[in-house]
Design a protein around this ligand. Structure first.
Ligand SMILES: [Zn+2]
Length: 329
């Protein structure tokens, strides 16, 4: 891994603000560079890595990663905050939904990655083992691709290690979220999101989700920014107080995807964030004559996490997701 600093930056590894470009040594990642901003405090301390743009249309997270660079001052912090605003570089200016155009893989589901894998797998491996190698926490910000609207939520991975789970949950609760999703431990058996890949190595990674339809919504940007600042406070990087929470941060322990049983036009009856009952009608799928094709119902009681806003949905494609509230909550 090499960081080449731009002209006005401090020296790499010295206190100050270092802006530049990161390259990875793996030949599978050759030809790409990642813009990076590292803010290093005068006093040593924890390291927080923050990224966005795994999904390039989820712009609230990307804008949050840009604004966060100006919100840490080396003289008023301990340790290091390292920020990469756009992970999926091959998708830049291509507006690709979900996947990396070089291998058609969704980087978000390739963690912990493989050094000898495809571009996406090699990248997630490099993120985890090089850029985040000495990080105390990694946060990847998401939310609201071109055709979707998401509620405000955070994701951490539940494991068989209660101490790690407690730490991860407390971190996930630093965001002013409607829902705090602890992914089921069963997900640990296959490649997954950053929280899953990191948890396999007893490390903490989180995802924050807020936004809609590729829009720069101030409310969603603030959710990501304030949550990251709170994590920095929790880690002891900043010594200011944690901001107050307006949302319920309801603990959830299962994330259920609902796919369309038929190709057609989806019309939602429920919005993200709303509480739903099992079997409740969430919307209908119609054809281009307005005729009813299918009713979409809730697979379990819980909350609508997100849904697609563009009505055209092919058969077998995800329409929405439901968060199931944790029983102990
Ligand atoms: Zn995303």
């Amino acid at each position: 891994m090499q960081l080449s600093a731009s002209k006005d930056s401090c020296l790499i590894g010295q206190p100050g603000i270092c802006r530049g470009h990161l390259t990875f040594d793996n030949p599978r990642l050759a030809g790409y560079t990642w813009p990076i901003c590292e803010i290093r405090g005068i006093e040593p301390g924890p390291k927080l890595c923050v990224s966005a743009g795994v999904h390039v249309n989820e712009v609230a997270g990307i804008e949050a990663a840009v604004r966060l660079q100006k919100l840490f001052e080396p003289s008023k912090m301990k340790g290091t905050v390292s920020i990469i605003p756009l992970i999926n570089q091959p998708a830049l200016f291509r507006y690709t939904e979900y996947v990396c155009p070089l291998d058609d893989k969704n980087i978000n589901y390739t963690f912990p990655g493989k050094s000898d894998g495809s571009f996406s797998e090699a990248l997630s491996y490099a993120i985890m083992n090089e850029w985040c190698a000495d990080a105390d926490c990694y946060i990847d910000m998401h939310g609201g691709d071109l055709r979707e609207r998401v509620s405000k939520f955070t994701i951490y991975q539940r494991t068989s290690n209660p101490q790690l789970d407690e730490t991860s949950r407390q971190m996930a609760e630093c965001f002013d979220a409607e829902f705090v999703m602890g992914l089921p431990p069963e997900l640990m058996t296959k490649p997954g999101r950053p929280p899953t890949g990191f948890a396999k190595h007893n490390r903490v990674a989180l995802m924050s989700e807020a936004g809609s339809n590729g829009l720069l919504e101030e409310d969603a940007i603030a959710f990501h920014v304030d949550g990251v600042l709170n994590i920095a406070r929790k880690l002891g990087i900043l010594d200011t107080s944690i901001s107050t929470f307006r949302n319920a941060r309801i603990l959830c322990d299962n994330y259920l995807w609902v796919k369309s049983p038929v190709s057609g036009e989806y019309h939602a009856a429920v919005e993200p964030g709303q509480r739903i009952e099992k079997n409740q009608k969430l919307g209908t799928v119609r054809n281009f004559f307005g005729e009813h094709l299918a009713e979409i119902t809730a697979p379990a009681a819980g909350f609508l996490l997100w849904h697609m806003t563009h009505p055209s949905i092919p058969e077998g494609s995800p329409i929405l997701a439901v968060a199931v509230e944790a029983k102990s909550a």
